[in-house]
Design a protein around this ligand. Structure first.
Ligand SMILES: Cc1ncc(COP(=O)(O)O)c(C=O)c1O
Length: 361
């Protein structure tokens, strides 16, 4: 239908331009998965103060900022490497494994594959099937481990919002170690997952074939700041650091870091708020007859009666509501829309527009 679909969400003007639909002043952007409760208020207050940082080079080793992140994660400092967003982490890891073989489980975040292409990594893929609600194909992954050098697993997975248990992850990591295969787990959205879903930090010390990747972008709603980090053993962290460009992370973001972490209840508060909103949204959307992927986080896949979603996509856009298309996600190819969980007013607006859609069917 369209010339070229943008590869990422959060680009409303581009979507309006491509579809030829007029953009009003007030829009509802459901295409980027950012915490509607953020950024933390302190950031706004401190932002002007951080202006003075633009006159200085940042510390090339980011000592203070690394200390803060490792304290936040309860990890030794030498297990943490700050990166320019989760995106740089993905590309640094791909750089380290240049020319080798990777496994990717589709549909997932597109940058794993792109990074592999940049670094001549041969990519094979396995699929999540919608027939079994996008559950990770554990047995097929284990069978493939001896054929590849690295496996990218997105946990929770973008775009499905689904989560693999720590026990299943242990099976993959332990089997992978037999073949010297490294497991890369992207936990960019882990801070939104209910507390019963443990992150994998505790496994890093004992599993030298495990690399974790985190991002502060989503949970603190600061995509313009660009801060992420890698968690791995000291040896891997040093190797990855050797590939990083100097001053990759800007001084403004590192000076704001203490204020991002200042409110220690922020993540817990977000989780509790989101849990209630998700229960509400899932119930409402299901009662309207939509399929919702079994998400545990702040976005989900939506489908209307197995139909292609192009018509619904345009209907939402005509109501100034921007979903994330899935044309560029392998295995989805437009059959679903991805929607973020926004604030209560916006979520209610979405439900009202979807009710209108139902009425006109
Ligand atoms: C799963 C996943 N990992 C990493 C990233 C990159 O995050 P950042 O904005 O921190 O570079 C994204 C961004 O959409 C993502 O969805």
């Amino acid at each position: 239908m369209y010339m070229k679909w943008p590869a990422h969400g959060g680009q409303p003007s581009k979507i309006f331009e491509l579809t030829g639909i007029n953009q009003n002043e007030k829009i509802y952007d459901f295409s980027a998965n950012l915490n509607p409760l953020g950024p933390p208020r302190k950031i706004k207050q401190e932002f002007l103060q951080s202006f003075k940082q633009i006159q200085n080079y940042p510390d090339p080793d980011y000592m203070e900022a690394t200390k803060l992140v490792s304290k936040h994660e309860n990890l030794p400092e030498d297990h943490v490497l700050l990166t320019n967003g989760g995106a740089e982490a993905i590309f640094l890891i791909a750089h380290l494994f240049s020319g080798q073989k990777a496994l990717v489980i589709e549909p997932t975040f597109s940058e794993y594959k792109r990074a592999c292409e940049v670094y001549n990594i041969d990519v094979s893929s396995l699929s999540l099937s919608d027939d079994n609600h996008f559950t990770l194909p554990l047995e097929s992954i284990v069978e493939k481990l001896h054929e590849v050098d690295i496996v990218f697993i997105c946990r929770p997975n973008n775009p499905t919002g689904t989560m693999t248990s720590i026990d299943e992850m242990k099976i993959i990591i332990e089997n992978a170690s037999k073949y010297g295969t490294t497991i890369i787990v992207d936990e960019a959205f882990i801070h939104f997952a209910p507390s019963e879903y443990e992150d994998l930090t505790s496994l890093v010390e004992t599993n030298h074939n495990l690399i974790l990747l985190r991002s502060l972008t989503k949970i603190y709603s600061v995509p313009g700041l660009r801060l992420g980090y890698i968690i791995a053993n000291q040896h891997k962290v040093n190797k990855l650091r050797s590939k990083q460009i100097p001053w990759s992370i800007n001084g403004v973001v590192t000076s704001l870091l203490p204020y991002l972490f200042a409110d220690e209840t922020f993540i817990e508060h977000t989780k509790n708020w989101l849990k209630k909103q998700l229960i509400y949204m899932k119930a409402e959307l299901t009662s309207l007859g939509f399929y919702v992927s079994p998400t545990v986080v702040n976005f989900y896949l939506l489908q209307d009666d197995h139909k292609n979603t192009e018509e619904l996509f345009r209907f939402l856009l005509n109501h100034q509501l921007i979903p994330r298309h899935t044309q560029t996600f392998k295995e989805l190819e437009g059959r679903y829309l991805r929607l973020a969980v926004r604030n209560e007013e916006e979520n209610k607006y979405l439900l009202n527009v979807l009710r209108l859609w139902r009425e006109q069917q």
